[in-house]
Design a protein around this ligand. Sequence first.
Ligand SMILES: [Zn+2]
Ligand SMILES: [Zn+2]
Length: 228
Amino acid sequence: MPRFRKSQSLREFQVFVKDVYGLPNDRSYSLGNLLTQQQRFSMRALKGIRKKDRKKIKLNLLISFSWFMSIANRLHIDVEDCVWKRFPMLCSYCAGKPCRCKKIKPPKRQKVRIDNALRPHALSEFQEMFRLIYPAKSRTLADAGVHLAEEMGEVAEAIHHYYGQHLHRQFNDIQCEIADFISCAFGVANSAKIDVAEELGKMFSRNCHVCHDAPCTCNFSSITKIKT
Ligand SMILES: [Zn+2]
Ligand SMILES: [Zn+2]
């Protein structure tokens, strides 16, 4: 029985999503459909921010996070690797920890040196890494939400570009944008004080969080009825 435990890694969560949702996704959802679902739940999380409803933020952010893994699975992209290459315990732009982008306004992306000895293992350690690079006190929750929406758009753009020409560098851009989205998802979680690993552990203690089957047997009409 597939389940996710709070001590597990980001990669293990991605595999869990593949085990539970890979089959129904491949049968019933195009990549565009997966993007729509992921965006739909991210937008609902943003509504939670506007309404100051932490429960709404939490549930929708987690559902969006799991649809996001389905997008990466469809593209055969290892999310954890992308995140680590883009954020090796440093801001991907100013190469600082904490990020100093606002202060020094670097004119271009700085070169980052990757020290693999610092690589987090558990998903919770990745969240902690982002807390250290981008402390919650440096922005409001609403700012974190706006940044999430911005990065969500950039993921969609990168995928559209790649589907247009199938160039290797365009595929690399998708990987970078995937890492940026994950950093913003953890950013919202850190600002809203949501422990992502712990909450995913509760939500996914037994297969799909709605039908509790693996592979998931939810159909589209039952998904639309979920109160989020
Ligand atoms: Zn920075
Ligand atoms: Zn289901």
